[in-house]
Each structure stands twice: as structure tokens, then as C-alpha cells.
Ligand binder design. Structure first.
Ligand SMILES: [Zn+2]
Length: 363
């Protein structure tokens, strides 16, 4: 990182999808559209500027077997920063990552506390594993620990059934979501299957992660209530390998996972076309590496979302949804600069020319 009195970003500044300006200035870490008078020691960055990218489903401090050491968590956050991800919605972590808030050289994080799962119904070492009678209490606890979000595991394989199934009874879900809302927190849930979604959406959930089971019958209700989805297509891409691994023991589950994978692009495009807000999330930190944000944007385009809207899903729209500014006057200067227009080809996101965090160029 290097400090400069004033930073001048010029070329094309994408303040919004249709709000393109020629330049911005960064003074004391904040964005300004007025050239500062008497500016000296000006550093110039040229190119196409976007607000710092958002990874709306990412895990910091989480590894394949649960919590990881602080130095590993730091590397995860640095990898995201290099990819241009400057705002993370952490979708569940067993680690205390509050120390990151004191580090102005690391991405900003909005936490959902720790995953809340039904007993033996999630990856070992990740979640609070509880029974429905404790759900409200745990939701209250994680709502207080987090930054305005709570994360439930809505469905998972039921080994006796040999297939995915919903984890919580309807009454428990209703009470839990009401408690989170009472505390000012939004609720999201991990859902692969179809049968967990109805109770969650009818109980007022705010977002669904993965949402591979979102079929035509429920799309209108999601759209009407403005329930967002974060598909994490780079994670869904691993379903065939998971299905292969579980084939001999759980053939029904394997076949189900393959079906969900096969229709993944249709699911996402149909949801988007119906007006359901779709955001970029990579699911990095469990089994997937960090830094995949560009790949996920490309996947949304492959699914049929127009490039500008796929970009919005990791920039303007995602920031508004999370209540964080973009490139507005006075906002913290978190931005990424590219060689060419990312609206013309989102693949440019894979190679940022410059990352600027808190007004400082990350070297
Ligand atoms: Zn996840």
C-alpha cells in the first residue's frame, strides 16, 4: 500500500450503469468529483473504474474442516482484495474475524455470525448444530454477533432418507425469522432443494443462498416479496463431482444433485427474468478458494443475465442491497480500475489494473 496526498482516477468512471464520468479525485480517502485546489503529489490512475466488487457469499476464517488460524484468514481476505473484492458479505464463519475491522488494508466485511444448522445436518465443524426448540435463541445470539444478517442451513442430506430434505419445521422458521427481524437483522438460508423454500419464503426470509431448487411455482412469490438469491454458480459447478462421490451410498441424493446442476442456468435466468434480485457470491472459504468473483460474474452471463446486470450484481446493485455506498461523492474510495469497459466484456474483471482501497492504491 502506498499513501498519496491526492489520487486522480481518470478515463471512465462508472458511477452507475448509465452514469459515466471522466474522472474522480480521492482526498483523504474519500471520493470527490471536484478537483481539489492546490493539489500536489498527485498520483494518476487511468482506465475504467468500478466500485469495489462485492462478494455476497464468502467465508473468511473458514476452511475445509472448520475454523482456520488468523494468518490463513488474512490470506483469504488478501486474495479477495487482489481480485477486486472490497466488500464481503460473510455468509457464516465459526471464527471471530472482528480484528479485520481494524485493518484498513483489508476488504470490509458484513457478517452473518456462524451458520445455524440442524444436528448432524451440515459440514462438520462449521455450524452451531441444534434442534428446533433452540433455534430462536441461537438466531438471537448470532444476530447480535453479526452485522445485520443471520445464516440458516435450510436443507441438507437426510442420511436416513438418502436425499436432501428441509431441516426445520415451519413454526420454528417463522419464530426464528420474526426474532431476527425484531433485532434488525436480515435472514438468509442455504438451500439446495425445492422443498425447503416454501416455508422460508412464506415466513418472510430475506435471501436464499444457492437456490438451485427454485422452480417456476415459487418464482412469482420470491419476486413479489423481493427475496434475493445468491446462486454461487462456481460452487454449483462442483455438484457432479459431489454426486459421483456419494453415488454408491446415496443414489437418490446423487441423482437429485445432478438434476439441480443440469438446470442451474435455467433456474438463475428464470429467476432474474421474473424480477428476483440476483447477486454475485462465490462461496469461497469452505472448499472453494478465494478470489473467484470474476468467474462468478462470467457464470451469471453464461446463465443468460445481460452483462451490465451481472456487473450490477457485484457492484452498484449489490452495494445498495447491502446498504453500502458505491462511487458517490464523499464515499470511502474503494474502487477497481480495468483496462477496458467491463460492460462490453465482463471477463476483464479477472485482471484488475489497479485496486484502490480506502483511497490507497494497492501495489
Ligand atoms: Zn457458503
Amino acid at each position: 500500500m502506498s499513501d498519496h496526498a491526492v489520487l486522480h482516477v481518470k478515463g471512465r468512471v462508472l458511477v452507475g450503469p448509465d452514469d459515466v464520468r471522466d474522472e474522480l479525485w480521492v482526498v483523504e480517502g474519500r471520493i470527490s468529483y471536484d478537483r481539489p485546489s492546490g493539489a500536489r503529489d498527485v498520483r494518476t490512475v487511468d482506465g475504467w473504474a468500478l466500485p469495489g466488487l462485492v462478494d455476497a457469499h464468502c467465508h473468511v476464517g473458514l476452511g475445509a474442516h472448520g475454523p482456520v488460524d488468523t494468518d490463513v484468514a488474512e490470506k483469504q481476505a488478501l486474495t479477495d482484495r487482489e481480485a477486486g473484492t472490497l466488500l464481503i458479505r460473510d455468509a457464516g464463519s465459526p471464527s471471530d474475524t472482528r480484528w479485520i475491522d481494524d485493518r484498513d488494508d483489508l476488504p470490509k466485511i458484513i457478517r452473518a455470525g456462524r451458520h445455524i444448522a440442524r444436528t448432524r445436518r451440515y459440514i462438520r465443524g462449521y455450524a452451531h448444530e441444534i434442534e428446533p426448540d433452540a433455534l430462536v435463541a441461537y438466531v438471537g445470539q448470532e444476530a447480535r454477533r453479526g452485522d445485520g444478517w443471520v445464516k440458516l442451513v435450510g436443507d441438507w442430506i437426510d442420511r436416513d432418507l438418502g436425499d436432501l430434505s428441509a431441516c426445520w419445521p415451519r413454526e420454528a422458521i417463522e419464530a426464528a425469522i420474526a426474532e431476527a427481524h425484531r433485532l434488525g437483522a436480515r435472514v438468509t438460508a442455504h438451500c439446495f432443494s425445492e422443498d425447503s423454500l416454501t416455508d422460508l419464503v412464506e415466513s418472510g426470509i430475506d435471501c436464499v443462498e444457492h437456490a438451485t431448487g427454485l422452480t417456476e411455482d415459487l418464482i412469482p412469490l420470491f419476486a413479489e416479496r423481493g427475496v434475493a438469491i445468491v446462486p454461487t454458480l462456481v460452487n454449483i459447478a462442483t455438484f457432479p463431482a459431489l454426486a459421483d462421490g456419494g453415488e454408491s451410498k446415496y443414489p437418490r441424493w446423487s441423482a437429485h444433485m445432478r438434476r439441480l446442476h443440469e438446470r442451474r442456468y435455467d433456474t438463475v435466468r428464470n429467476a432474474h427474468d421474473a424480477g428476483i434480485p440476483v447477486y454475485v457470491g462465490t462461496d469461497a472459504g469452505g472448499t472453494l478458494p478465494h478470489g473467484l468473483v470474476a468467474a462468478e460474474v462470467a457464470e451469471l452471463v453464461t446463465a443468460g443475465i445481460p452483462p451490465v446486470e451481472a456487473l450490477a450484481a457485484t457492484t452498484w446493485a449489490a452495494r445498495a442491497w447491502l446498504g453500502r455506498p458505491g462511487l458517490e461523492e464523499g464515499a470511502a474510495a474503494d474502487l477497481v480500475v480495468y483496462d477496458t469497459d467491463p460492460r462490453a466484456d465482463v471477463r476483464v474483471l479477472a485482471a484488475p489494473r489497479r485496486v484502490v482501497l480506502g483511497g490507497r492504491v494497492v501495489d
